[in-house]
Design a binder for this molecule. Structure first.
Ligand code: PGA
Length: 264
């Protein structure tokens, strides 16, 4: 199958690294940029200026790991979409499972955050995924359908006719049991879910939109398993946690995505 979907290699640093690490990381990353894939970093908020400086002029983007649904106000500890945009962000993670689980974010809250991102011209990278218990109970697709439906409703409400599914957002399938566990979904398992998600997007937004939307996989992606995952036709790149903290392993995954871009 051939596709024009450009692979994404996105690094989610979570609550790791300091400014000096971020600077050194960007310096090491620079020579590995400029291939066929799209590279995005999601540092924690205090590191955004270091990343913005380190990637100035480079073929890479950065985004916030979270944002508040409102644009300003009395929300101690939160960050707004306008503040992310002001820090040069062009993306925002919405609905990462560590936010859903650790901060009680339900589908409605994630939808409100997607709306906030779109208001500030931040491209939402919407994360969805089932827990191990949900998978064991045979509820994987039902859970994903519910999370996806709420997210797509928010995207349509927020972007309307401006929606470009190729560039305006991305979806990240991240099975919760695979995150940080070393237990990656097999390529077959990931492909089955990605294909089902794309069919669901097609039912809601039409075939053309579904065909252009990038659906990333996340959960224990490493240089050693990225190529076999990316060989799956409905898998369009990665959201990478642990392996994105080291410029060498992140660059190796970028190289896999670059090769994938050339062969698609
Ligand atoms: P991991 O994290 O690559 O460390 O499993 C992925 C994520 O949570 O985005």
């Amino acid at each position: 199958m051939s596709t024009t979907r450009r692979p994404i290699a996105a690094g989610n640093w979570k609550m790791n690294l300091l400014s000096a690490d971020a600077e050194a990381f960007c310096t090491a990353l620079q020579p590995r940029l400029g291939g066929g894939s799209e590279v995005i970093l999601f540092p924690s908020f205090p590191l955004l200026p270091a990343v913005a400086a380190g990637l100035a002029g480079a073929a890479a983007a950065w985004g916030g790991q979270d944002l508040h649904p409102e644009d300003a106000g009395a929300h101690t500890g939160d960050v707004s979409g306008s503040q992310l945009a002001d820090a040069g962000c062009t993306w925002a993670l919405c609905g990462h499972s560590e936010r859903r689980q650790g901060h009680g974010e339900d589908d409605a809250r994630v939808a409100a955050k997607i709306g906030a991102a779109l208001r500030h011209r931040l491209r939402p990278m919407v994360c969805i995924g089932e827990t191990r218990e949900q998978r064991r109970a045979g509820k994987t697709l039902a859970v994903l359908e519910r999370q996806l439906g709420a997210a797509l409703d928010a995207v349509v409400a927020g972007a309307g006719d401006d929606l470009d599914p190729a560039t305006g957002l991305a979806l990240a399938y991240e099975p919760v049991w695979a995150i940080g566990s070393g237990e990656t979904a097999t390529p077959e398992t990931a492909q089955e879910v990605h294909a089902s998600l794309r069919r669901s997007v097609a039912r809601r937004l039409g075939e053309a939109a579904a065909d252009r939307l990038r659906i990333l996989y996340g959960g224990s992606v490493k240089p050693g398993n990225a190529a076999e995952l990316l060989a799956e036709p409905d898998l369009d790149g990665f959201l990478i946690g642990g392996a994105s903290l080291d410029p060498a392993s992140f660059s190796d995954i970028i190289a896999v995505c670059d090769r994938g871009a050339d062969s698609r």
